[in-house]
Design a protein around this ligand. Sequence first.
Ligand code: F6R
Length: 605
Amino acid sequence: MCGIIGIAGQTTVTDRLVDGLKRLEYRGYDSSGIAILSGGELSRARAEGKIKNLEAHIKDHPLNGQTGIAHTRWATHGVPNETNAHPHKSGRVAVVHNGIIENFLDLRESLKGQREFRTETDTEVVAHLVDVELENGKTPREAFAATLKKLHGAYAFGVIIDGVEDEIFCARAGSPLALGIGDDEHYLGSDAMAMAQLTNRLIYLEEGDWAVIRPDGFEIFDLKDQPVTRDVTIISGGPAMAEKGNYRHFMLKEIYEQPETITQTLGNYVDEFRLSANIPESVDFKDFDRVIIIACGTACYAGMVAKYWFEQVAGLAVDIDVASEFRYRRPVLGDRSLFLAVSQSGETADTLAALRYCKEAGLKTAALVNVMTSTMAREADIALPINAGPEIGVASTKAFTSQLTALAALALSAAVSRGTLSREGEIRLTRELIKLPRKVTGALELDKMIEGLAFELSKAKSAFYLGRGSQVPIAFEGALKLKEISYIHAEGYAAGELKHGPIALIEDGTPVIVLAPYDELFEKTISNLQEVASRGARITLITDEIGAKSAANMAADMIVVPSSDSFVAPILTTIAVQLLAYHTAVHLGTDVDQPRNLAKSVTVE
Ligand code: F6R
């Protein structure tokens, strides 16, 4: 989390840095700041809250120069106020940082008596350390390199130094950082998005790399301070892809993009002529007797749905766990397991750590990601794209349905290669996948009706989402979407579990959203629906056409998504829970695209 951008330019950089910060705001928006070198002199501006506050501050107190660094913060150490906002400054040095310096307390202690600390952050100590080295007579390069050797933890840095015209020092370990190549200037950024308006030619720094960039060039050094060269990556897709268009929020735009994004995912994983799954040759599920799926949040719920698919269709055991727990419980990995990370960003710190843990243990690793230039895509043995395009809304929507689509195709392919699915079965399920974009369009037509239902939900203090089978993770996802953007407390439950305790919370009018397409578990789910309805719950039933006929009059409200095979039904009910959460949040007037306390990319553990 936190976003970094830097420009070593030939013309004034302030506006372009602020523009880059806006593109990075999805990584955090607790505070932001900018530091500029002009005539070798350093000045900075910082503001609490969103980038627009920094912009207003700069309007009143302009600062100009041709070399600068900027930062948007998601607070870890220290409250989100202006004092703790980056860049942090000590003497001649200004620093922006993404990550966590784990030994910052020891380092602060080592400077006791020599330096006064003004912030609660882990980052400030880095500015002091570089400045102390400069005072001790080291050159700027030596001072920066010597400081890096003292740090433990995760970092991506941008550093400028008073008196050092035109140069930005940067480094990465554990947190992503890329250099951008322009015609007569150079950039640094947390990701391609930061530099989308500036360049599409990037160099991703490797673990332990540090670099010096100038308008006319750059030098990269490895962990041992030896000069190295790194490959240039050309990024496709222009900056226009990150615009909101006519939509009120990115989230709504991304919900509406799903017929197209699912089509793009299918393009990669399904052969429409042969009517079969079409996955990279490097993945052959015959080689494995287990898949270990690790992810966080919404991506983890996609993995949970995949567990039903892999086990039911391919007879292949799946372990699924949240990444923050996985490696600390010393999991039994087995030697015929495939590790599969699922991550929109490909940068989530816990998921990345789990991938590295399994790679080190000798497992074959795969990463299903949206950002193919991400660290996970680069480090996994097999990188599997979902092709959903940039997702800007902090709450994941289109990435989730693309993850599901790709995972469904992977499960199909596993079933075929393991001989658990007949050719007829393969054709039938592939057809179901191919019909998805049209059916998702059908589900989106419920938008206006769901907007009406959301008005009722927006008055609630708390809500439940229930489902059975592969609808359980969608119940979790529905509850997560509602909590994170509307701030209404919500819980997802396996419908059969409610009577083992949580049913005590049901009282008159408690909203309960029941996910029950007409499948082999329908009757049982409806029994659970009746258990809560008879205790006063206000039921919203999300079902399909047959389910709606069978359960007529059993729910206060009904959302009827297009009928489908139960294999793909979780993708269709997802659309309904996304729209319900979205409209509830809009009714409540929350910040839908940037909900409080959150960041899109969680690059700290
Ligand atoms: C919720 C949401 C998060 C992410 C989670 C993992 O709407 O977006 O729960 O799913 O932070 O992020 P990625 O997929 O980037 O690893």
